[in-house]
Design a protein. Structure first.
Length: 202
């Protein structure tokens, strides 16, 4: 087996172990036992358990960061976005797609990362969303001077926190039927758009 396949297998086996037991519940010796690899060989690929854990969750974190980065694209700097139907809000639906694709990894990240460098990742997401929201308002004001951009920083923080809380709830509530799930997304999209229309006075 070449180095690439060895590394891929190591990541795959580690993923299953972390999903089952969380970051704290898995040791490098456990990984060694499960993969049949010597500890020294594992450390050749990853210098620590934390580095291995971050690699396991990298597809998820990269996807989250991509969606957040795209929020402030020029195509979204328009007042038309507040007139769209719920099914046309790509930002909301991108997050629901992430939940559907990475539910197990999100559960691990949000609820079982204690002791890892990703322990505070949800709080980092809130901070990123807050910064992103403020930058979006600034750019919208530059493009549409007539809108109101004097929004309370504390409100921006709360809104950002709510977005991450929604993701946590969607991840933890696997019992919600798909129809009800989609209904929630549509209703939240309407609620969110109506609130922003009122705040921006558009």
């Amino acid at each position: 087996m070449n180095n690439s396949k060895v590394k891929d297998n190591l990541i795959a086996v580690s993923r299953e172990a972390f999903l089952k037991s969380g970051f704290k519940g898995v040791s490098m010796r456990d990984i060694s036992r499960l993969t049949g690899m010597a500890l020294g060989n594992i450390y050749y690929y990853f210098p620590s358990k934390d580095a291995l854990y971050k690699e396991v969750l990298r597809p998820l974190t990269q996807r989250l960061e991509k969606v957040m980065a795209e929020h402030n694209n020029d195509v979204n700097l328009t007042l038309v976005v507040f007139e769209k139907t719920p099914d046309e809000y790509p930002f909301i639906w991108h997050f629901t797609e992430i939940v559907a694709e990475f539910r197990s990894e999100l559960n691990l990240l949000f609820f079982h990362s204690q002791g890892s460098s990703l322990e505070n990742y949800p709080n980092c997401l809130v901070e990123r969303a807050e910064i992103m929201g403020k930058e979006y308002l600034k750019r919208m004001k530059e493009k549409f001077p007539h809108i109101n951009s004097d929004i309370s920083p504390f409100l921006m923080r709360i809104i950002s926190s709510i977005q991450i809380t929604i993701m946590r709830e969607l991840v933890s509530r696997e019992d919600v039927p798909d129809g009800e799930f989609r209904q929630f997304v549509r209703e939240y999209s309407l609620f969110n758009a109506s609130g922003w229309r009122a705040l921006l006075r558009v």
